[in-house]
Design a protein around this ligand. Sequence first.
Ligand SMILES: [Zn+2]
Length: 439
Amino acid sequence: MLSALRGPFLSYTGNPFEVDDASCFHYESDGLILIDHGRILSAGAYDPAVLPAGVVPVHYPDHLIMPGFIDAHVHYPQMPMIGAHGRQLLEWLNHYVFETEQRYGDIDFARLVAKAFLRESLRAGVTTPITYCTVHPESVDAYFEEASKLGLRTGAGKVLMDRNAPAGLRDTAQTGYDQSKRLAARWHGQGRLFYAVTPRFAPTSTEAQLALAGTLRHEIDGLYLQTHLSENRAELAWVAELFPGCRDYLDVYDRFGLVGRRCLFGHAVHLSEREWARLAQAEATVVHCPTSNLFLGSGLFNLKRALVSANPVRTALGSDLGAGTSFSPLATLAEAYKIAQLRGDALSPHQAFYLATRGSAHAIDQAAHIGQIAPGQDADLVVLDPRATPLLAARQGFVDSLEALLFVLMTLGSDRVVRATYVAGHKRHDRDDAAGELT
Ligand SMILES: [Zn+2]
């Protein structure tokens, strides 16, 4: 079962938001990664003497191997409506999202989209997506069935909505709880899959539903919770109206036991200092979704407050498709950089790539398994081709450092840059394969 990859590799050993860039990564210009039963056995400089007899490494000279990317906030059912025009959050939900999501009671349709979604994720180098499904249990079964065929480490959950949504997309507090519990029992901990209790956001759940979500979260060991928090100003005003007794948006979730470790809050754009401090104290996670925030005109996430602070908050990176506009974490990083620029802050290339790999792995509480190229980690890897397009090839000719190479990749890169994607040591995407996919 032994296999090996050879080529330049880069992996983060420390947090560049806390220490110098130079002291937080492991780079090999000619590296060797040995893989055994889906895990990394060793990773260091290439040395023919350490290569076990009979193992011929797959060689990627002039490429860059990195840990597979993490997309900690995404809606696979919204894939058919990416790039819908011209609305802000609440109108956009009503006009596009709720229309599309009504189709997922049909498991064959859900399977079709889930398969296409995972293929695109792998093409973008994403090996761990954490996705919302729809209110239909079928949408969860379809997703996990397809993900388990690929052996992915991935999370998902049935959306809970018992008010302020069309009849075809509503459950009740009790049916939402019962269905979620059944799905979690079926899928959580199967292979590398994990389940996330998924109230869409405060306005679409009654207090009874949020309370049962809080109960369920503690009933099965290791369950995640994912929801949206403080994305858009009109949403904030609506939440204040619906929950007049709460101090702020986060407090709504807090009152129902929904703020803690493994609780993932998408967006977190308009937080008060009290909310930031509470998230830090609770070891909860925010997920920065730059392309979505710009596309919907939601606002500019405060990455500096999140990560460069006396009490930093666990922060992961997300695409938030279909409001997000790209599967590619490279495109997501480019927009994260621009948001930081608009705030007068900086985002270094190492900070950016850390965020897409080890930083997100830590934030989602999976750093023991993914996010690094190191012994014992899952062999989820992405092979980047820095000269993937004529423009990139020309531009990289003028690059004289690893930092410059990374920054050009995140500024000009796309799925074209992803030469191959490995999941638990198996190649699941090969850009240059004639069939276009191996899945
Ligand atoms: Zn979202």
